[in-house]
Design a protein around this ligand. Structure first.
Ligand SMILES: *Cc1c(COP(=O)(O)O)cnc(C)c1O
Length: 413
């Protein structure tokens, strides 16, 4: 069991207060129950550490031995909280991490992560010293970046590893086939530089018809045949890793599936959602027939109603598109969102729950009673995709990491 480290406590000193008024600091609560830890919080995120470990294990079994897992934890680990997620994954045996920005890689090193970190997104030549200092593997798209990395590595007495990303049809980042081959050969001879990897990314990985992946794979294979000396090849996100056994190569870049949600049109092993969003009911009030609720009064009571206030809003990443569309669970029952989602709060109809009261647990995402609200459901109601629903969750929500209901650490909030 991994309990809160002493350093975590040492790094969270009580903030200096100018007045004698007690400053309520959200106590870091290792070993306490979820209920105790969340009793007096407006809203929070719960991360089920065992579910995360289970998903990793199930996905590794699905992709098979001999293929590394590159855990993609960009965007604050898809909203789950990088400080809590990364150490769990490293301890569970993930071989590499993938991030989008150099700064995210530096953050991982600051957390003590030792495994290789691939920066999948764009980097500037100015990033080279930081990349070398933190031993980050950059995706290199230009000679200028390669020269800067080589110089920084030589100065530091290190070797900077780079990967070359081939644009095989997504037309987002990377370089063309010919450019990539020429770039790899030019970088090969630079001191302090090792061209370790070659990668691409699929455009239609989770579409019902993913046949475009065949054309992309053919182009990628042509690149690998011209660069047989580059040892590490990777092309697969969650959907490609699960749908395309032939495109797994040395490593698969898994993001969403670690969160227990499979991409559309993607069969996979049984996974467990790791992330719940919960809140405490703040106020319960009467809405007489005909009265409106929330900005614009877009919802009106068709009968005498009870309105429950949920202290979560779009400042927490809860989409404004869920106004008059989303649902939450209170006392095991679905309650519809009524009126617009505001910056810090929204209102739900709790007419069916006469006993509902301040402090009741509200589940926005996750399970309660026998029911569950999943990220794909929320995303669809908001007109978006689960990646967006997760990644939108902002820093105001504390992340409570627990193992079977026993809290291991609380970050943020
Ligand atoms: C975000 C990202 C991934 C992870 O995708 P999932 O669908 O979440 O598994 C993989 N590769 C690249 C290049 C990415 O940007």
């Amino acid at each position: 069991m991994v309990f809160l480290r002493v350093t975590d406590l040492a790094e969270s000193p009580a903030p200096p207060v100018a007045t004698s008024a007690p400053c309520p600091s959200p106590a870091v609560a290792a070993g306490r129950s979820l209920a105790e830890t969340t009793r007096a919080r407006n809203a929070w995120i719960e991360i089920d550490v065992e579910a995360l470990e289970h998903n990793l294990c199930a996905l590794r079994a699905a992709v098979g031995a001999g293929c590394e897992t590159v855990a993609v934890i960009k965007g604050n680990a898809y909203g789950a909280g990088i400080e809590g997620v990364a150490p769990v994954l490293e301890a569970a045996g993930v071989e590499r991490f993938g991030v989008a920005w150099v700064s995210e890689g530096g953050q991982l090193r600051g957390l003590g992560i030792r495994r290789p970190i691939i920066v999948l997104g764009h980097s500037f030549p100015e990033d080279a010293p930081t990349a070398v200092a933190h031993d980050l593997t950059l995706t290199c798209h230009s000679l200028a970046l390669g020269h800067a990395l080589s110089a920084a590595a030589v100065r530091a007495g290190r070797v900077a590893r780079v990967h070359i990303h081939i644009d095989s049809g997504l037309h987002r980042d990377g370089v063309s086939l010919d450019e990539g081959v020429a770039l790899a050969e030019a970088l090969r001879d630079l001191p302090g530089l090792a061209v370790e990897g070659i990668s691409t990314h699929m455009a239609n990985a989770d579409e019902p018809d993913d046949s475009f992946s065949d054309a992309q794979a053919a182009l990628f294979r042509a690149a690998t045949e011209r660069l047989p000396w580059v040892p590490y090849r990777h092309t697969a996100n969650s959907a490609t890793a699960l749908r395309r056994a032939g495109l797994r190569f040395e490593g698969v870049r898994i993001g969403l599936a670690l969160h227990g949600i499979l991409p559309s049109n993607t069969p996979g092993p049984a996974l467990r959602p790791i992330l719940s969003v919960k809140a405490r009911l703040a106020r319960v009030s009467d809405s007489p027939e005909g009265d409106g609720v929330s900005y614009g009064l877009t919802w009106r009571a068709e009968r005498p109603s009870r309105a429950g206030l949920v202290p979560v809003g779009y400042a927490d990443g809860w989409s404004r598109h869920l106004g008059n569309r989303g649902e939450v669970l209170v006392r095991g029952r679905r309650c519809p969102v009524i009126g617009r989602v505001m910056m810090d709060q929204f209102v739900v109809d709790v007419t069916a729950l006469p006993a509902a009261e301040e402090g009741d647990e509200v589940v926005l995402l996750g399970a309660q009673g026998g029911d569950a609200i999943r990220a794909d459901e929320v995303a669809e109601a908001a007109g978006t995709i689960p990646w967006d629903t997760f990644a939108s969750l902002t820093a105001r929500l504390p992340r409570v990491f627990h193992r079977a209901g026993v809290v291991e650490r609380v970050t943020g909030g």
